[in-house]
Design a protein around this ligand. Structure first.
Ligand SMILES: NC(=O)c1ccc[n+]([C@@H]2O[C@H](COP(=O)([O-])OP(=O)(O)OC[C@H]3O[C@@H](n4cnc5c(N)ncnc54)[C@H](O)[C@@H]3O)[C@@H](O)[C@H]2O)c1
Length: 324
């Protein structure tokens, strides 16, 4: 018997040019399966070899898609200064029948786009349909992927960008202008980016002892906020002032609160999967200020990892490595 594994590097995955719409669909379907109780996803165990660093194991099984896999992903805040990505890792897709690994792929691209896919699904269900102004705070990998993905679900016209690093801002502006019709406004403070914006995405560093700056009165009625860096950017009083607070997984949310990575939130209104399956209401007025804090779910990696694998097989991409 001969078994081979398909190996896909970052370049292999990136060059597949997977449509952003198909990622939104795959992510939304994963949330649907979660809402219907059709997923197996134990809370992610993690190790923390350096201050503010993490390496997480993220296994999941989606029953309706019959898709199984594991992401082993690290976040090292000092990496960008070394010329390395902040978030890097690998994803293994398994054959659910035999358990054999089918593919080993870069998980950097996967993480960038499945996370942005989750923001897009949250925006589709929770944002005002006429949202035109987007604020991006932290214009790195997630800032870029989230901007692209949000243009697929909202009629965005303007993005107000803020970053502490001018090089990040310059490459963000070039990236967005090359790929979208958005007008890019570079701002000089978080407040300038946020005021008047309909959508706020914060994608700065995730810190265990953060120094948050966003105040409640910077956020206008009707705004939707999607922090990717947990509560590192948001003052607890600003989070408490939201009309509704959602997350992607309450068990994980409570775990991070217990471990001191997130400050407690008085009322978690529901999970995004409950909104997607319509078991909990989403936005109920144009004036609500809504936050959905997605922490990142393994089911999204498996759903998008399977999509990448299928595209790669169709296009004969990557390299087959001998295994058994
Ligand atoms: N929730 C999820 O599923 C998920 C998944 C992946 C990443 N993340 C989080 O998203 C965040 C961004 O990750 P990334 O891969 O884009 O990192 P990145 O290093 O590519 O980008 C971070 C950007 O933030 C900028 N920055 C640093 N301090 C800042 C500040 N105070 N204000 C504004 N910008 C600042 C940096 O200059 C850089 O451009 C991290 O917090 C990461 O943990 C969340």
């Amino acid at each position: 018997m001969v078994h081979e594994i398909l190996y896909l590097s970052y370049q292999d995955v990136n060059s597949l040019c997977i449509s952003l719409e198909s990622i939104v669909d795959a992510v939304e379907d994963a949330f649907k399966q979660k809402g219907m109780g059709l997923v197996e996803m134990p809370p992610k165990p993690g190790i923390h070899p350096r201050k503010d660093s993490f390496i997480h194991a993220m296994p999941a099984y989606l029953k309706r898609s019959d898709a199984a896999g594991l992401k082993w992903i690290s976040g090292y805040p000092e990496n960008p200064a070394r010329g390395l990505p902040y978030i890097v890792g690998v994803f293994v897709l398994n054959d659910p029948e035999t358990g054999l690994p089918l593919a080993l792929m870069d998980a950097t691209w996967l993480t960038a786009y499945r996370t942005a896919g989750a923001t897009a699904v949250a925006a589709k269900h929770l944002a005002r349909g006429d949202s035109e102004i987007l604020a991006i705070l932290g214009c790195g990998t997630q800032g870029r992927s989230n901007t692209l993905m949000l243009t697929k679900v909202l009629p965005l016209k303007v993005v107000k960008a803020y970053d502490v690093n001018n090089k990040s801002l310059e490459s963000y502006e070039a990236f967005v202008k090359e790929r979208t019709d958005l007008m890019v406004i570079i701002t000089s403070s978080p407040r300038e980016a946020i005021e008047d914006s309909d959508i706020i995405v914060t994608a700065g560093p995730l810190l265990k002892e953060p120094n948050p700056v966003i105040e409640a009165d910077w956020v206008k009625p009707g705004t939707s906020a999607f922090p990717l860096d947990f509560d590192s950017y948001w003052k607890p009083s600003a989070i408490a002032s939201m009309d509704k607070f959602y997350t992607d997984d309450i068990v994980q949310f409570n775990y991070y609160v217990k471990e001191g990575w997130i400050r407690p939130v008085e009322k978690v209104f529901g999970e995004l999967s409950e909104v997607v399956t319509r078991t909990k209401p989403g936005r109920e007025s144009d004036y609500e200020r809504i936050m959905c804090m997605n922490l990142g779910l393994a089911i999204l990696d498996v759903a998008v990892g399977k999509l990448i694998y299928e595209e790669a097989v169709k296009k004969n991409a990557g390299r087959l490595l001998p295994f058994l």
